[in-house]
Ligand binder design. Sequence first.
Ligand code: AMP
Length: 422
Amino acid sequence: MPFSSLGFSPALLPALLRVFAEKGYLAPTAIQSAAIPAILDGRDVVGSAQTGSGKTAAFALPMLQRLAELPTQAPRRVSGLVVVPTRELAAQVGESIVSLSKYLPQRVKVAVVFGGVSINPQMMNLRGGADIVVGTPGRLLDLIDHNALNIATVNTLVLDEADRLLDLGFGEELGRIIGLLPVLRQNLFFSATFPPAIESLAESMLRTPLRIEVRAEPQTVPDIVQRAIEVDAPRRTQLLRHLIQSEGWSRVLVFVATKHAAEIVADKLRKADIEAEPFHGELSQGKRNQVLQDFKLEILQVVVATDVAARGLDIAQLPVVVNYDLPRSAVDYTHRIGRTGRAGESGVAVSFLSADTSAHFRLIEKRQHISVPREQIAGFEPVDTENFLGAPASNGGIKGKRPSKKDKLREAAARDQLQHKG
Ligand code: AMP
């Protein structure tokens, strides 16, 4: 289906086609084809779509059309409200809407608000009103409480990554926000998963919604090669360095479990002359923006991040994601590896498995119905092989064979080497 058949008004279409051409979008993605005509028709929509499916444009484009149909008002009244779980996602969605509106006849004012930074600039920015507000729940409520934001004029509410909003404990804030919105409005609800709490939130909010579930299809499935490399935990940084060099990885997003680990790993990489920075929730917003920008501009080769970065980050053509520490849940695994192979590009997602974590990875594989072959890299074979569990049976289980005499000798030599490194 071409973009021109989605139902955009002829007044808007040329400006949108110009943006699509600039961005290299050839045709609507599956979620866009399914959702845009319904949203333009005024229907509520519940969308379940994978990361990288193009869902931001799916809800943003109809919002822009709706805005174009409204009479201009001074000050601007908020017509669209997008509630998101994290500041990174807020910034990214805001940026995306602004870029999609680039050639529209009228300038669209998008205000992005989130906590963790001073509220004053956000209040100032809202002074002349805004057409679309994108924000995290707590800060939205703060701004409402300060009379800096009025959401009583909202036509369209978007909940993006609704499951994550509830996971992060924003249920109560969401309830308050929804209570301040006009009863007659359009609701667009996007979530990666639909556990009971999400189902009941959707049910309480939506009027006979159109349900859209986008399954993998060739155009939108990111082409991600998944690899699982067995290595002893203390040697992961060395292995990472080795892989960056031997595989010629130009840009890598590395996931670790803690802020501390992010600092340490980035520091070790820097000492090995690899441009690396940590990225976690304790950094100032200014610093985080700087890191993201440097990464996008390829000034940085490696960003070592906690899961804060796992959702929402959209860095075009990120070739490699490394799970230095495994994610806690299978859903987080999907979100992490979704940072690579976006929008038709190919990517590699590498997970490091050590004796302690191999069982956990097997669980992730089971939940995701995948089976990733185990690998070992010459010179980094694990010594501690006892507890390694291979891929699930469907893959034949590569590991788990008894070590040969040669294997044992190699293990002993490696153990010696480790001890000497101390
Ligand atoms: P999202 O799922 O909204 O995070 O979008 C993921 C990526 O898909 C972003 O990099 C978008 O720029 C890109 N994208 C959105 N729509 C299209 C399209 N129709 N064709 C190709 N890429 C797209």
